[in-house]
Design a protein around this ligand. Structure first.
Ligand code: ADP
Ligand code: ADP
Length: 219
């Protein structure tokens, strides 16, 4: 994959990458190294200028972008919950993306998955803590029952303790649901803690690709 933006910036420079189904991959690198661009090419928020991307053998450019977003869960840093809607209604947007009706039982099930009490469903996002809001963002992404989950700095705005709690919750979900997960982060500790495979990006290229164990043992 290559992405050169219209202003000439070469954000992703000929990356070749295969992600195994069911794995949890972290994409680590400093700001501007091309992580978000790479991630957004997977669900066609950004169109590559070279190369191609396939999910389960199917090239993504042959799937209309709105259909792709019904299959791929996407959690971004400032989750962007709608402030005037309740938590339940925010999660139901995920259901609607998938063509399902608002369904209190499904909302409760999703809240349960991310370990939030049912009574949170009736609250507005501003009545939640940052970590709780981030969980709601994850629940909304899970509502579409994705096979692939993309997360762009999902814990970026959280304090370390909340980050750890939520990180472990996401890790558990990944295991329970067998969800293929690609997480972008600038924080190597976070990558080593939660991922099975760590890819380091620099200037649009992948410069290291190893398991946390290999990285820590200097292999
Ligand atoms: P990261 O996620 O690692 O911070 P990005 O993928 O956001 O990196 O950015 C990679 C490079 O592409 C940076 O130099 C950034 O300024 C540039 N870039 C990102 N988005 C755009 C855009 N829409 N137009 C032009 N340049 C962009
Ligand atoms: P930013 O400009 O803050 O980086 P993004 O480009 O990540 O924001 O996303 C732009 C908007 O597109 C988001 O506010 C989000 O609502 C929507 N969006 C992105 N990906 C998806 C998806 N997979 N499903 C539904 N909506 C999405």
């Amino acid at each position: 994959m290559t992405k050169r933006y219209a202003n000439g910036t070469l954000a992703v420079d000929g990356v070749s990458l295969e992600v195994a189904a069911g794995s949890f991959v972290a994409l680590v690198g400093t700001s501007g190294s091309g992580k978000s661009t790479l991630l957004k090419m997977v669900n066609r928020l950004v169109e590559p200028t070279g190369g191609s991307i396939a999910i389960g053998g199917e090239p993504v450019d042959q799937v209309p972008a709105h259909l792709l977003r019904r299959r791929i869960g996407y959690v971004f840093q400032n989750i962007g919950l709608f402030p005037h809607l309740t938590v339940g209604e925010n999660i139901a947007i995920g259901l609607r993306l998938r063509g399902e009706k608002h369904n209190d039982a499904r909302v409760a099930e999703l809240l349960d998955l991310i370990e939030l009490p049912d009574d949170v469903a009736g609250r507005r996002p501003d009545a939640l803590s940052g970590g709780q809001r981030q969980r709601v963002g994850v629940a909304r992404a899970l509502a579409i029952k994705p096979g692939l989950m993309l997360m762009d700095e999902p814990f970026g705005a959280l304090d370390p303790v909340t980050r750890d709690t939520l990180g472990h919750a996401v890790r558990r979900l990944h295991g329970t649901l067998g969800l293929t997960t690609i997480m972008v982060t600038h924080d190597m500790a976070e990558a080593l803690l939660f991922a099975d495979r760590v890819l380091v990006m620099q200037h649009g290229r992948i410069v290291a690709d190893a398991t946390p164990h290999e990285m820590l043992s200097g292999a």
